[in-house]
Each structure stands twice: as C-alpha cells, then as structure tokens.
Design a protein around this ligand. Sequence first.
Ligand SMILES: NC(=O)c1ccc[n+]([C@@H]2O[C@H](COP(=O)([O-])OP(=O)(O)OC[C@H]3O[C@@H](n4cnc5c(N)ncnc54)[C@H](OP(=O)(O)O)[C@@H]3O)[C@@H](O)[C@H]2O)c1
Length: 408
Amino acid sequence: MPERSYDVVLYGASGFVGKQTVQYFARYATAESVRWAIAGRNRQKLEAVRDQVGVTVDVLVADSQDQQAIDVIVSQTRVVLSTAGPFALYGNALADACVRFKTHYVDITGETPWVRTLIDRYHAQAALDGTRIIPCCGFDSVPSDLGTYLIVRHIQQALHLPCQQVVAYFQATGGFNGGTLASAFNLYDAQGLKQMSEPFLLNPSSNQSQSQIERNRDPQLPSFDPDLNTWIAPFFMAPVNTRIVRRSCALFEEWQEPYGAADFAYQEYLKLDEPLAGLKAVGLTTGFALLMGALQQSALRSLIQPILPQPGDGPSEQTMNEGWFSCEVVGTASDGRKVRGMIRDQGDPGNRATVKFVCESALSLALQIDELPGGLSRGGILTPATGLGSVLAERLRRAGMTIAIPLE
Ligand SMILES: NC(=O)c1ccc[n+]([C@@H]2O[C@H](COP(=O)([O-])OP(=O)(O)OC[C@H]3O[C@@H](n4cnc5c(N)ncnc54)[C@H](OP(=O)(O)O)[C@@H]3O)[C@@H](O)[C@H]2O)c1
C-alpha cells in the first residue's frame, strides 16, 4: 500500500459511540504511535469533540452521501473505523471507496441485510485485492464470533477432533442508544425483517438444504437447559450474531480451514439466573414477541418512535460504567466431550464493550496486519473471526477483557 497520511480515520466521530472511539484512541492509540484523524459530516461538531477530548488530530469533513468527498478521506488512510449509522443509510459510499482504494474497514453495524448487499457488491473484488472489509465488530458480533472461533480451534488443537456444535449463553445489562433504535426502525421501514430471519443470510452461497435451514432456525421459545441447569430464552441479538458465525464457518470451509463436522451448528441464548428463572424466561420471551409484533405496524412505530431516545442520545455515564456482559461458550467435540469458555467485561455492552471491540479491531488492522489470519492476501467481506482472529483476542485481553477459552 503506498504511504498514506493516516493509519486510522474514525468516521462518525461526533456520534454517541463515535465520541467514545475518539476518547479510546486518545488514550490508547496515541501511545502506540498510531497516526489518526477524526471525520464526519459536521466540522463544528467534530471540532467540539476534538476539543472536549483534548487531542490534537486532524478533522476531515465529508457527508456520507458525497462520494467525492468520501473518496478524499478514504484515499488518505490505511484503515477506516465507522460508527456512522444506520449503516444502510450512511455506509454505502464509505464501503464503496474502501474497496476501490483498498483501505481496510471496520464498523459496528448489526444490519445484516445491508451486510448482504456488501457481500454481493464487493466480496469478490476485496478478496482479489486483499482488502479486509469487516462489518459487525461491536457487541454484535465479536463475542459470538471470536468465542466460537477460539473454542473450535481449541477442540481441534487440544483434543484433535472436529467440533460438532457451539452454543453461547449471554447475560448483559446496559442501556440503549438512540442510534441503535434508529437503525432498528430503519430495518423495519425497509422491510428487512423477513431477510433477517434467514438463518444463512450471510453465507457465501445459498445451497443449504431445507433440513439444514430448519435445523438452524432462530429459537422462539424459552426452555430449561439441563446442561446449564437453568432457564434460557431467545436472545434478541441472535438473528445477527448467528449469521456472522455461520459466515465465518463457511469462509473457513472455503479456505480449507474447516470448523468441524459437515453439519457444524451454532446457536445462542439469553441465560436467566434464579430466583424465578423460568418466569423471567417466559416473561422476556413474551414481552419481546409482543414488542416485535407491535413494531411491525407502521402506525404504532410512528407513535412510539418520538418518545424513545433519538439519534445522538444514549445512556448516562453511570449506566455505561455499571453495565456488563458475559458470554459463556460451550463447544461439543465430535466424540461428545464439552469444552467451556467465557468472554466477559465490565461496562455497557452497546457502548463501553462495543468501543473496545471496534477500536481494537481497527488497531489490529493498523498495527498487526501481517500477523492476521490468512496472511496479507486475505480479503473480502470478512467477519471478526476470519479477518482478525487471535490477534484481536489478544489485544482485547491486554485491554482488560476476560477471554478465558478454555476455562481453566
Ligand atoms: N454493534 C453494536 O453493539 C452497536 C452498539 C451501539 C451502536 N451501534 C450502531 O452504531 C451506529 C451509531 O450509533 P450511535 O448511538 O453512535 O448513533 P448516533 O449518536 O446517532 O450517531 C450517528 C452518527 O452518524 C452521523 N451521521 C448522520 N447522518 C450522516 C450523514 N449524512 N453523513 C455522515 N454522517 C452522518 C452522525 O453525525 P452528526 O453528529 O453530524 O449527526 C453521527 O456521527 C448505529 O447504527 C447503531 O445501531 C452498534
């Protein structure tokens, strides 16, 4: 890659999550001598963020719809980190420029129908050029994807067996961002829900049999899990995360680095603790189903939307500091033996953890490109596991996250 002015440009730096990426880079990237800049559509807002954080970095301005201005930014950097969402609205020109200028890219989208459009438009070219375009590097879907990758590789290396299945169990507390709600509403408005329900939406090819599709449908009901000895319920992020994990599995298969058995399966759930775990599981599942049903009515959506947090809003500092998540991963080897692991961190998953995930993803690309899985030639619309793998896991550990796979 010819010399460029910046290692990383933080696009969307004036947003609720964007500001936190600026704080993160100010704290950690400067120490690693990373050349970085902030970018977005509004110079005044960006300069205010820069001054609030107290860093001396360049401010680059381009509206997401202005392809020429976006091109100027993307051509000057080795890596783009974008937090400007809804990505289906603000992400197209940026992704297009990254592919043309061979600039690596990470973001925090969970909008899988949009990721599907990236795969259709750009995977072949980015793969040819060795450009890593890696969406879903936030809370969706790093723990699911990296947790599965690490447990599968452990089973292969320590037990010398293929992996049959992985199940992840999530627990989390935190807040909701207005930007996240805006992205969800945009998905509803664009009729993206039906597409999101396809279990293999992000796989390279759609040659799965009907029985495979049925086996991998999203769980709809709560149940008692005898292995965990507690109740579990459908996890609302699973329709995003499971598609990413299945894409990782399929890409590794294509590259002859398979995850395991031909019918390797991945699912994830919300885990409920006693007391009243069963009641909580039923209550949450029913409440969520009712909410989803209500939101499908556009009239109800327009009634509810104004009273919810708006773009630019998010939880308080206290809520973000007191939040946390845990992701328990259980892998089953082909002989039935189970291996357990855990990814866990303090801080609101949608903000603190997401910022750590995406910033360390960008830093993996900027600082350790030659150590990433697949070598310098790997490219395409990748996933956290296929594009960043153990390098990201190690960086997250150094950044204070618990990644214990296997559990000692
Ligand atoms: N993966 C995860 O776990 C996770 C967690 C949190 C958020 N997210 C996603 O991240 C995205 C951002 O969330 P957020 O809470 O930070 O939202 P936000 O505060 O509303 O920020 C949105 C950003 O997009 C920018 N933007 C809007 N219109 C633009 C345009 N035409 N051109 C360029 N930039 C434009 C905004 O710029 P201005 O400041 O100038 O308006 C702002 O910087 C959402 O899609 C959300 O779903 C994902």
